[in-house]
Design a protein around this ligand. Structure first.
Ligand SMILES: [Zn+2]
Length: 189
């Protein structure tokens, strides 16, 4: 399972300070009373941002691993929430074709191919839309009637970037909320 780590610094600080080395899990989420033999299992790497690692523990009683995802990092999609938000906002503003040109320019050394680039961007768009829809449903007092777009949520909250903030606002629902915000159901592809 994944738990959220409210890490105070942005991604550069997390990587340069190798924050995963000092990560502490106070108690096992399955056995808060202790005594299950919870042990640190080391870390695993994330492709993006470069150098990123996530700290992981193992509960032998539940036979499950527990990883501590820093709050700025997207769940199950590569990269940070801010990077995911930028791509999806670009699609909302200019359309998918323009976003492909900007995010995966065909003359880049690491160009993945048009089909791959389209797939990657559409995956982000549909995941974010599903997460926004879920938030509007889970928190009707705040977001009833808000369309599941970044533009609509930015307007509703009055801030230029919303994904990291929404993760905080919906924190108690993270287990049910779809990725990349929550750790719940896989978003429809
Ligand atoms: Zn345990």
């Amino acid at each position: 399972m994944q738990l959220l780590w409210k890490y105070p610094l942005a991604d550069e600080g997390y990587v340069t300070q190798r924050a995963w080395e000092s990560a502490i899990l106070d108690s096992c989420p399955f056995h808060p009373e202790g005594g299950c033999g919870l042990e640190k299992l080391g870390t695993y790497p994330r492709v993006e941002p470069e150098g990123m690692r996530v700290a992981r523990w193992w509960c032998p009683k539940k036979r499950a691993s527990i990883s501590l995802l820093p709050s700025f990092l997207a769940a199950r999609l590569s990269g940070t929430l801010a990077a995911v938000e930028d791509v999806v906002a670009l699609v909302e503003a200019k359309g998918v074709a323009a976003a492909v040109d900007e995010v995966h320019p065909p003359d880049a050394d690491d160009f993945v191919g048009l089909a791959c680039a389209l797939k990657s961007i559409r995956r982000r768009v549909s995941a974010v839309r599903a997460a926004l829809l879920a938030i509007a449903t889970l928190l009707p007092d705040r977001f009833a009637g808000v369309r599941p777009t970044l533009a609509a949520f930015r307007e509703a909250l009055g801030v230029p970037r919303v994904l990291a903030l929404l993760r905080e606002i919906a924190e108690r629902h993270l287990g049910a909320l779809p990725v990349p915000l929550g750790f719940g159901t896989r978003a429809a592809a």
